[in-house]
Design a protein. Structure first.
Length: 544
């Protein structure tokens, strides 16, 4: 039998504390006790909380637990955790998180009371709860994913919201997010998971993941520490799986941020992104997972985080496996869910026995309006990689937003050279991290294409030049539509299109060996099918 963690409650003390909590919750569920609910409050149990459902309100109480990562064992600790939960979640869901309420022992039984309530003086405080507005649980992103209703546009919105949320947070105080601390918590998680593993096969997987996590973590330690020093460790959400995001009034809303451990919440922003990335994979949505991480990093410009992605994603998958086994679900269901997370962790770590293909570098070629950005993003999804967009990176060099217009010098020869140099540097770093890259750029000059091909050669990646083309009338109309919308990073105009048509250095015969072509005229469903076929073709193409 595994030994009890020294910070945890004894089995007898834990059983007594949980029994007292259950009795209090039962009292609060009596008719009329919660927001006057005449039939009594409903109840949802998680491994850390009890949630009372009363009409359009939810009252969340902390269970009196103490273990390696959470301490709710005292009344004071639960009060502090409720205050933290209110503060943290008002950052992203202020309309839902209302206030902290006291649970008092009154003659009629345990009762929820608000600050200033006349009955507050009539009985002692026995616990604390967070009052929230109730939302439509069917709109949680995990539910939408399970129902096949989570769309690419929803994922794009989620990436934008998370990137903006991260940008709004200040760098964490010194001491948070260091490699030593981050790796410690990954070890602790795996130790706890090993104790919960239901059989020898699962324990063997956990042991293999522990070895990989240790070795890969050691290799990444200097990068983790560097990111601490450069402000990439922040007070983020901390538990950003799909079940903690809801689609509300046409946008994703983040809720239920991790409130119980400062260290597990002040982490690398990539650790937050990796949770969502992993959970999309766990729901069988690998393409959307890559779309999400690509969009989020494109928004922040934090491409330097890519080497950390697989390590953090494995960590997050094992966290979900552990939490599932700790949760209040049927044992057989918990084992099956946990096994899916373990299998995913093994795949993400490259320990599942599947043959590992080298990363691929695809560079687009095409005139304005040729659909390069659309094709590049869809192809990155299919390949399992990221899109690097020249229009965005060019403006990043000038420290202006993607939709900025009329920036002096933006399209000078020097700015173009710098843009392609940056794309080459970013592609090189991503490929070195084992991540495939689709470069979305016009690439109208042979020298630009040759330089990117050299990057593939240097990193051992497979290289493909993808020519995107459409009829002249289609190109012109797309450029006009994009100008009218005004919400795209591209600054293309009819005049620029005409200039490109006159000066483009179309790929010659000596580039044919690594060149593929795609017509982008067809409607999106047909084009998407062509991209999927193209991705399968690339997967079978030998290294250049």
């Amino acid at each position: 039998m595994p030994q009890r963690h020294p910070d945890s409650l004894s089995p007898a003390d834990l059983a007594a504390a949980l029994a007292a909590h259950a009795a209090m919750v039962a009292e609060l569920r009596r008719p009329g006790a919660c927001a006057g609910e005449p039939t009594g409050a409903g109840l949802i149990e998680t491994h850390l909380s009890s949630l009372l459902l009363a009409g359009d309100q939810v009252y969340k109480l902390k269970k009196p637990l103490r273990n390696a990562f959470v301490d709710f064992s005292t009344l004071e600790a639960r009060c502090e955790a409720c205050e933290q939960e209110l503060r943290l979640n008002r950052r992203t869901a202020p309309r839902w998180y209302l206030r902290v309420m006291a649970v008092r022992r009154l003659p009629g039984g345990a009762t929820l009371t608000a600050t200033g309530d006349p009955v507050a003086v009539e009985g002692p405080v026995i616990d604390w709860a967070v009052q929230m507005r109730r939302f439509d649980d069917r709109q949680r992103l995990d539910r939408l994913a399970q129902a096949g209703q989570l769309s690419a546009s929803m994922v794009d919105s989620l990436a934008a919201v998370v990137a903006r949320f991260h940008a709004q947070q200040s760098p964490a105080p010194p001491g948070f997010g260091r490699a030593e601390t981050t790796r410690h918590w990954a070890r602790e998680n795996l130790r706890e998971l090993a104790a919960l593993a239901p059989d020898a096969a699962a324990r063997a997987q956990v042991a293999a993941l522990a070895d990989w996590t240790e070795q890969r973590g050691a290799a990444l330690a200097s990068l983790m520490d560097l990111r601490c020093r450069t402000g990439h460790v922040r007070e983020v959400h901390g538990d950003l799986h799909l079940g903690n995001v809801v689609w509300f009034e046409g946008a994703p809303v983040l809720f239920d941020a991790l409130e119980f451990n400062d260290t597990l919440r002040h982490i690398d922003t990539l650790g937050d992104l990796a949770f969502t990335f992993m959970d999309l994979q766990a729901h069988g949505l690998s393409g959307l997972a890559w779309r999400f991480i690509s969009a989020a990093l494109e928004a922040s410009g934090d491409w330097a985080a890519l080497p950390l992605l697989s390590w953090w994603a494995v960590y997050r998958a094992t966290v979900r496996a552990k939490v599932t086994l700790m949760g209040a679900v049927v044992a057989s269901q918990a084992r099956a869910q946990a096994q899916r997370y373990l299998d995913l962790a093994m795949a993400l770590a490259g320990l599942d026995g599947a043959e590992s293909a080298p990363p691929r570098l695809v560079m687009s070629f095409g005139l304005a309006g040729a659909g390069k950005s659309t094709v590049a993003l869809a192809l990155a999804e299919c390949l399992g990689g990221v899109r690097l967009r020249s229009d965005v990176e060019r403006k990043r060099l000038f420290s202006v937003p993607p939709t900025a217009r009329a920036v002096p010098g933006l399209y000078s020869a020097d700015a173009t050279r710098r843009t392609y140099d940056r794309l080459q540097d970013l592609a090189r770093a991503a490929l070195a991290a084992g991540v495939s890259v689709v470069v979305d750029a016009a690439s109208l000059r042979r020298s630009e294409r040759d330089a990117m091909r050299a990057v593939a050669t240097q990193t051992g990646a497979c290289f493909t030049l993808l020519v995107c083309d459409a009829a002249p009338g289609v190109l012109a109309e797309r450029v006009r539509q994009r100008m009218r919308a005004g919400d795209d990073a591209s600054d293309a105009t009819p005049e620029l299109l005409a200039l490109q048509q006159s000066m483009a250095e179309w790929p010659g015969g000596d580039e044919a060996a690594y060149t593929l072509r795609i017509a982008t005229d067809p409607p999106w469903p047909v084009l998407r099918a062509s991209i999927e076929v193209l991705a399968k073709t690339l997967a079978k193409t030998p290294r250049d």
